[in-house]
Design a binder for this molecule. Structure first.
Ligand SMILES: O=C(O)CCC(=O)C(=O)O
Ligand SMILES: [Fe+2]
Length: 410
């Protein structure tokens, strides 16, 4: 397995320091509605400054090549789901592997998961067809209005992030209220609906395994609406003439309960394990599963939908009492491409209610006391909205003071 050490990362890329009007350049780019692909189609050999990566964490080039080394201990586990339903011994083995992966790296690949290879290949082809169709036709879908049934643009957070990523995306909210078929592009309509149906079935199975891995009733997470919402993001990463200056996706953690990712054969996805960047190598037939988190992502997304998902994820961390780890990840830009990937984000469809959320009581013990106090979604949202959290977690407000708890107990 190839890993890139954070410590051994190259010093920050030195940018040509001249001032430029970023907002005007962002706007000019956005108004082309042709995305990153439009720049590549136009034959650019130098990337616009809006794409220059701004944080040293993202830089990975040293002396003109990637700073990498081999570390056999660091890898993303592959879990084979074959035999899950037929053999109780095998089921236990699988649940043990899911537990270990969820508690440690927070990421694993699955094979023999039940989604046919043909469906996965057609989904990748469908996404490619959408992005490679006639630009003038595609422009009709270009929007930043998240209430549209299909939202296609370059970077949801184009105007709020420090640097733009080398990627175009379209996304659809496929559950709980799927779009009308006629609102989806003909080029990928059927496969988008079929893939979403299959991935929802798989998500329900994964929540079942995760509930059991936490020692809970198999329906526990499902009954908490973890699989109620499904947002499907379809990414297209055009080849980049200066990959050392930008990123495909900036370092982040997902703001959902769980993500199921389908990637093509190109590669570039990396996860942070033990402070080292580890490649998630493409594996034919496999899907990448990662546990979501909020913190970095929350501040870089805008809009009520994303805000709402953020809050829900925090509540999830709260209910699992920090047992399952989320994983930070990024995608490197590359001269090779295009790369296609599809991220299926499991969220929840519920609206703010007075239902109480607290660490799941079955997970608590003397050695694992509750880390958070109970709260309602309504109170949580009220606190979240009342504060300019500026990258800090609203969760801290709900954290119980362990020393204080000990004092009370003694
Ligand atoms: O394209 C990938 O491999 C990852 C995409 C991703 O991290 C995301 O959509 O949150
Ligand atoms: Fe992600």
């Amino acid at each position: 397995m190839v890993a890139t050490s954070l410590k051994e990362d190259a010093p920050a890329v030195v940018l040509k320091g001249d001032y430029y009007d970023r907002t005007t350049e962002l706007k000019a780019f956005d108004e082309t509605k042709a995305g990153v692909k439009g720049l590549v189609d136009a034959g650019i050999t130098e990337i616009p400054r809006i794409f220059y990566t701004s944080t040293s964490d993202n830089n990975y080039i040293e002396n003109g090549s990637r700073s990498v080394f081999e570390d056999a201990k660091l890898h993303v586990p592959v879990i084979d789901l074959r035999g899950l339903t037929e053999d109780s011994f095998r089921r236990k083995e699988i649940i043990d592997s899911v537990r270990e992966a969820s508690e440690n790296g927070g990421v694993f690949q699955i094979i023999n998961h039940g989604i046919p290879q043909s469906v996965m290949e057609e989904m990748i082809d469908g996404v490619r067809r959408f992005h490679e169709q006639d630009t003038e036709v595609k422009k009709a879908f270009y929007t930043r209005d998240i209430n549209k049934p299909l939202v296609y643009n370059t970077n949801n957070n184009l105007y709020s992030s420090k640097s733009a990523d080398w990627r175009d995306t379209f996304h659809c909210r496929m559950a709980p209220n799927p779009p009308k078929p006629e609102d989806l592009p003909l080029l990928c309509r059927d496969i988008l609906m079929e893939y979403s149906k299959q991935v929802m079935k798989l998500g329900i199975l994964l929540f079942e395994l995760m509930s059991e891995a936490l020692g809970l009733n198999p329906n526990h997470l499902y009954d908490m609406n973890c699989a109620e919402g499904l947002n499907v993001l379809c990414h297209y990463y055009p080849p980049c003439p200066q990959p050392e200056l930008t990123m495909g996706v900036t370092r982040h953690a997902d703001i959902d309960f769980l993500t199921v990712l389908l990637q093509d054969h190109i590669g570039g996805l990396q996860v942070l394990i033990d402070n080292k960047w580890v490649d998630v190598s493409p594996l034919s037939g496999a899907l990448v599963v990662n546990i979501g988190d909020l913190l970095q992502a929350c501040t870089s997304f805008t809009g009520f939908l994303c805000f709402f998902i953020c809050v829900l994820h925090l509540l999830h961390q709260l209910i699992s009492n920090d047992k399952f780890k989320s994983v930070e990840h990024r995608v490197l830009a590359s001269r090779v491409g295009p790369r296609v990937s599809i991220g299926s984000f499991f969220t929840t469809g519920i609206m703010p209610t007075s239902k109480l959320y607290r660490p799941i009581k079955e997970l608590l013990s003397e050695n694992n006391p509750p880390k958070y106090r109970e709260t309602t979604m309504r109170d949580y949202l009220a606190y979240f909205r009342s504060k300019d959290l500026d990258g800090t977690s609203a969760l801290d407000h709900f954290k119980l003071d362990q020393n204080r708890l000990k004092e009370i107990e003694s």
